[in-house]
Structures are given as structure tokens and as C-alpha cells.
Design a protein around this ligand. Structure first.
Ligand code: KIV
Length: 279
């Protein structure tokens, strides 16, 4: 009797690196885009292995890992160190570095120089900045310098004091119109995607048909092209008050990796966000 031929199992298929085209294709196909924050090498490895599309080294790291009372005090040097560590844990997801408060507002030249540092020194693929208004010109200048930019409208934590605190934005017709105008201006300036934070679901649904670039929501309802959560909210290790949109995905799972996989799956199947996570 001849021995059965030995079958060597195929090696696990490597995911292709996520690019700007991947994101555009996902939007066109209506496939939810999964984004999570990471602030260091091990958390980036978890995001990599869980199969997320985009990683943000958010200035939320000011609070979640550095212990500041808000995102305002974090410096460019601190953000660059977090971003460079996250870079070392990633090969597949598209990496976005958050420009900290005070590092881009002053002029287009300052904005471009800071963005270049995130690309050259930390290896980011793109940067994110907050607000419409003068940030639109800063975004345009950075895009013109060859660096992809993600916008961020609605609740913009760097300027939360002027917005009346950490509260949802767009609850009046005037403010909803402002949020819409900011998003359209950032799109027109060349942003490849826009974060919608803490915006009532109905307002998001009204704005979405006007946007050609992917919209990534956090507390902005189920109608965005993708979702982002702060990693430490996913893992339920955020100190203090938890935002309405946060969800503990560690419950019922026995590792950070399984929790982030569960979050990824919940976004892809549109089980998250549920109505209780929306305004
Ligand atoms: O800093 C951050 O984590 C963010 C996300 C909440 C979008 O800006």
C-alpha cells in the first residue's frame, strides 16, 4: 500500500497593505471600514493581527496612556514617540498620526513642517487635524505638500471648551449646517477621509450623501462608511466617564486580540454601533 501523499498546508494568506485606493474601493462597495487607535508597539500588533484597516495614533493617547486631563497638553515630541512605536507594530493597516493642538494652527508652513515630521520621523502614512475654519487651509497646504490628510468634525476635543464641553454637536439646525459645511470644505481641500465625532445619527444621515470621501464615525450613528473607537474603550480600561458610544468588547473574550477582533467583526457586520451608542 503506497503512503498517502503529504499535503503541506498553505501558509496563511498575508493581507495586502491598506492604501488610499483600498479605502475608496471599500466606500464604493459599501464595505464598512474598521479603524482603531493604538499608541505603542504591542497595541499596534493587536490592531494588525485583528485585521483592522486603519490605525490612528490619536491625541486621545494624551489621556489614555499619558494621563493628561485632556488632549490639549500633549506635545509633538510625545506624539511622535507614540506614533513611531505604533509604526513598528504595523505592516498592513494605513497609519494616521494625529497632529496635536498647537502644532498646526499658526500657519500653513508650520502645519506642513509638523506633518512632515510625522511622516519622516514616525513613519506615518497620513496625518489628521481637527475642525473646519482655518484648519481647512492647513489641510490643503499639507495635501499640496504630498501628505494625505484626514479631517475631523463635530466634537473636536482640542477645542472642546469653545464647543461648550464634551457634548454631541449638530443638535441645532445652525450647528448641523456648520458641521456639514466644515466637512464639505475639508473634502474640497483634498482630505482623503473625515472623522465625524459625536454627531446625532439623523444629522450624519443627512450629510452622508454629499460626501464622496470615506467618513469614519465615532458616536455618529450607523450611516458612516466606517467606525473608529479608542482602543482603551474597546478594552474597557479608560479611566473616568465613558462616552455614550464606547463599548466594552473585552467582555466575554479572554485577550485584547480577541476583543479587537470582536470589534472588527461587529463593525463589518454593522452590529456596532447599536442604537444605545448613538445620539
Ligand atoms: O484622538 C483620537 O483618538 C481621535 C479619535 C477619537 C477620532 O481623534
Amino acid at each position: 500500500m503506497s503512503a498517502a501523499p503529504r499535503v503541506t498546508p498553505a501558509p496563511p494568506r498575508k493581507r495586502k497593505a491598506v492604501t488610499l485606493s483600498t479605502l475608496g474601493e471599500k466606500k464604493a462597495l459599501g464595505e464598512p471600514i474598521v479603524m482603531v487607535t493604538a499608541y505603542d508597539y504591542p497595541s499596534a500588533k493587536v490592531a494588525e493581527d485583528a485585521g483592522v484597516d486603519l490605525v490612528l495614533v490619536g491625541d486621545s493617547g494624551a489621556m489614555t496612556v499619558l494621563g493628561y486631563p485632556s488632549t490639549v497638553p500633549v506635545s509633538t515630541e510625545e506624539m511622535l514617540m507614540l506614533a513611531a512605536a505604533a509604526r513598528r507594530g504595523l505592516t498592513t493597516p494605513f497609519l494616521v498620526g494625529d497632529l496635536p493642538f498647537g502644532s498646526y494652527e499658526e500657519s500653513n508652513e508650520v502645519a506642513v513642517r509638523t506633518a512632515q515630521r510625522f511622516v519622516k520621523e514616525a513613519g506615518c502614512d497620513a496625518v489628521k487635524l481637527e475642525r473646519g475654519g482655518s484648519s481647512v487651509e492647513r489641510a490643503r497646504a499639507i495635501v499640496d505638500a504630498g501628505i494625505p490628510v484626514m479631517g475631523h468634525v463635530g466634537l473636536t476635543p482640542q477645542t472642546a471648551v469653545s464647543l461648550g464641553g464634551y457634548r454631541s454637536q449638530g443638535r441645532t439646525a445652525d450647528r448641523a449646517l456648520e458641521v456639514c459645511e466644515d466637512a464639505l470644505a475639508l473634502q474640497e481641500a483634498g482630505c482623503f477621509a473625515i472623522v465625524f465625532e459625536a454627531i446625532p445619527s439623523d444629522v450624519t444621515a443627512l450629510i452622508m450623501p454629499k460626501l464622496e470621501v470615506p467618513v469614519i464615525g465615532i458616536g455618529a450613528g450607523p450611516d458612516t462608511d466606517g467606525q473608529i473607537l479608542v482602543l482603551y474603550d474597546v478594552l474597557d480600561i479608560t479611566a473616568g466617564r465613558k462616552p455614550k458610544f464606547s463599548k466594552n468588547f473585552l467582555a466575554g473574550h479572554d485577550s485584547a486580540l480577541e476583543a479587537v477582533k470582536a470589534y472588527t467583526q461587529a463593525v463589518k457586520t454593522r452590529e456596532y454601533p447599536a442604537p444605545e451608542h448613538c445620539f
